[in-house]
Ligand binder design. Sequence first.
Ligand code: HSE
Length: 309
Amino acid sequence: METGKEISVFAPASVANVTCGFDILGFPLNGTGDKLWMKSIPEPVIKIKTIKGFDLPLDPEKNVVGVVIKKFMQDMHIKTGFELSIRKGVKPGSGMGSSAASAAAAAFAVNELTGKPLATKDLIKYAMEGEKLASGNAHADNVAPALLGNFILIRSYDPLDIIQLDAPEELYCTVVHPHIQVKTEDSRMILKKQIPLKKAIEQWGNVAGLITGILTSDYELIGRSMKDVIIEPVRSILIPKFDEVKSSVMKAGALGCGISGSGPSIFTFSQGEKNAAKVQRKMSHIYKTLGVDFDIYVSRINKQGTQVL
Ligand code: HSE
């Protein structure tokens, strides 16, 4: 294979679960994400030269990008290697798909540098290897949105069946990231393994309602379907002022509110940018008053996914 080729890509941050869709729903954000530069080299090794933004291992066996590229190289019988640098924009442990952004960027870049043997959809299973390293579980609800863009439904994991839905134009997301770290692995461990049938009925009714709302641009239906009766009651305990934030944004006109991925970030949907900005002010006020540092983002649903820069 020809070496010496270079590429720079951007993979976005994402919101997984989207309230009722634990492990099966997600969407990416605009503006915030990871940048990755990669070059093909003759030696059959993976070299992570630098990681800027946050402190993460340079050892390719311990970094999500390393395991993604390694699996791709094995499957595609690639005998050359790659060197790369990462600029992290998504903070690890934020619940905004940090490992997924890096994993998606790595899968996308290595595919491009090797002549695009796979369609973007087929890169999801490689990026999922990164999630397995990062959290002990190969979920796709961050990596699939980060790679493909738009609102994503994972209808099935085995076999993998990913459905991309066109998000309504006026659907805006506000995400607040209070600066405490919640590890996905830990926040998965505390979940109950059994669900009462009554709760399951409520949850799948809401998933169906949310998907219908997305497909028909029915904002009111989106809002009333944004209920998570299974995961949120357990995980919200780890997030400072979760209940206060939720009731305050709902009063301010948000369509719905929930935990972003495994937390601690909290996201809302609003109809229109003005409403999303109002929600942003409410969220900011609560964390400012509490004296907790935070970042806050307002974005429409990213429809591009991972892109060449
Ligand atoms: N669905 C995953 C979880 C997303 O909630 O554990 C992790 O960001």
